[in-house]
Design a protein around this ligand. Structure first.
Ligand SMILES: Nc1ncnc2c1ncn2[C@@H]1O[C@H](COP(=O)(O)OP(=O)(O)OP(=O)(O)O)[C@@H](O)[C@H]1O
Ligand SMILES: [Mg+2]
Length: 432
């Protein structure tokens, strides 16, 4: 527990706590609000964000969470590692049973374990049970399919109910970020929230002002909300497919008929939520067969090394790290000795920019549509509030400055703003 948190809890010990949970594709946070304060909860040691990661240890039968899960996976423990669970909420596979070691469970059960962990960690710090929560949600879990989107929210609600939350409300993640930003503004502003996380990009245009905070109904201040399923995990996939997968045989050929290697294999290996699919026994056998007929067998040996070493998450994690490096440096190196001795791949910032060009075009179009929905000109935006880890990517920063040259650009607490705003919203919703 941090000193700040200790002080926050001590100050607040006689009052009610209102809880917000930002269950993210990549990272999750919990926040608490009391009558006069709000703060993030240290959910893993001192850290206020926990990677949305679970590792099932087949030897001990126990799950681990967050950084501990990543450590267990990396240390080669026998088990199953899972990330980006939020990406499959609302999909049929979310409710399909699968074997995790000897356990027959659904992804919904696994999401429940993660939420239960967040809830229990928070409860142990405040010494009381929580039964109400505001959960964040992207503007669209699933694009342009209202029924599936409703199902996705119902899936998340069902998981929260199962772990003991009785009063569950939802708030759009970018609106939560706006509520958090509003606590520091000194005058009225029209703001555009740009929340680019691991799985989605969400945009809201909101009128904020110190004297509007206390109003019960803010619907008139919310001018527009839009969102698309494009986020940092898609940047990782794009970079992987363009720069890394060719070195594992993507685009190479096999057999007398000179057939190209199946694309889906490489897409799965580049997609955080699908990686476990490539460890399937049949896929392994197929790849061994393809290797025998391959024109470049050495490339397929690397693919086999990933499958046999269960190294898919490690590989995409290294690609993600290279992407993050490229926010600070123009060139970096992905060291892949665990695949093949001496094997490494250079990646340049320009390569990344090319790889994500189509995704950036979708982000730009969605921002344009959000501004149009609000019925304002781009120069009507006073401030662009950037949040979500992927808002630190240079192409995103450049886009925002190009579209809103006159606006003040504020980079908030990129991993915590949404969560903190959800705590504030919980106080608004449950505190009456
Ligand atoms: N410096 C950086 N440059 C580029 N990307 C970054 C940087 N730091 C983190 N990221 C990316 O930010 C993403 C995670 O951001 P965040 O934790 O805000 O997402 P999330 O809230 O879990 O996802 P979502 O809100 O979409 O469900 C990851 O894809 C990560 O690679
Ligand atoms: Mg987020």
């Amino acid at each position: 527990m941090t000193d700040g948190m200790t002080a926050d809890i001590a100050q607040a010990s006689a009052t009610t706590f209102y809880c917000g949970i930002d269950f993210g594709t990549s990272n999750s946070t919990v926040s608490l609000a009391t009558a006069d304060r709000h703060f993030s909860v240290p959910v893993e040691g001192d850290a206020e964000a926990i990677p949305s990661a679970i590792f099932f240890n087949f030897t001990t039968g126990k799950p681990s969470f967050g950084r501990a899960a990543i450590r267990d996976y990396m240390s080669g423990e026998n088990g199953r590692f899972m990330r980006a669970l939020k990406s499959v909420i609302g999909r049929p596979i979310f409710h399909e049973k699968t074997y995790i070691g000897k356990r027959h469970v659904t992804l919904a059960d696994i999401l429940g374990l993660f939420l239960r962990h967040l809830k229990a960690t928070t409860e142990s710090q405040i010494g009381r049970d929580l039964d109400s929560v505001v959960l964040g949600r992207p503007v669209q879990f699933i694009e342009n399919a209202a029924d599936l989107d409703r199902k996705a929210q119902a899936d998340l609600e069902g998981a929260a109910r199962k772990v003991g939350f009785r009063h569950i409300e939802f708030q759009f993640e970018p609106i939560a970020a706006a509520l958090e930003y509003e606590t520091v503004v000194t005058g009225e502003q029209l703001i555009l929230i740009v929340d680019i996380g691991g799985g989605t990009s969400d945009f809201s245009i909101v009128r904020v002002a110190p004297d509007r905070i206390a109003r019960n109904d803010r619907s008139g201040d919310i001018l527009a909300n839009r969102g698309i399923r494009v986020g940092g995990t898609d940047f990782d996939r794009a970079l992987s497919m363009q720069q890394v997968m060719p070195a594992f045989g993507h685009g190479s050929h096999y057999g007398d008929k000179h057939i190209e290697m199946p694309n889906g294999l490489y897409v799965d290996l580049s997609t955080w939520s699908n990686i476990n699919a490539i460890y399937d026994r049949k896929i392994h056998a197929d790849v061994k067969l393809l290797r025998r007929q391959a024109e470049s067998p050495a490339l397929l040996d690397r693919l086999l090394a990933v499958i046999e070493g269960r190294a898919g998450h490690r590989l995409i994690g290294d690609i993600e790290r290279a992407k993050i490096d490229l926010s600070a440096t123009v060139q970096t190196e992905i060291a892949l000795d665990y695949i093949e001795r001496g094997f490494s791949l250079p990646v340049r910032r320009d390569d990344f920019v090319t790889a994500i060009a189509d995704l950036m075009a979708r982000i730009e179009a969605c921002i344009g549509a959000t501004v149009a929905d609000a019925g304002i000109a781009p120069n009507g935006i006073d401030t662009v509030f950037l949040t979500g880890g992927s808002s630190m990517a240079l192409p995103v920063q450049a886009l925002v400055r190009r579209l809103f040259p006159q606006a003040q650009v504020v980079s908030g607490d990129v991993f915590g703003a949404v969560g903190k705003g959800l705590g504030l919203d919980a106080r608004r919703k449950f505190g009456r």
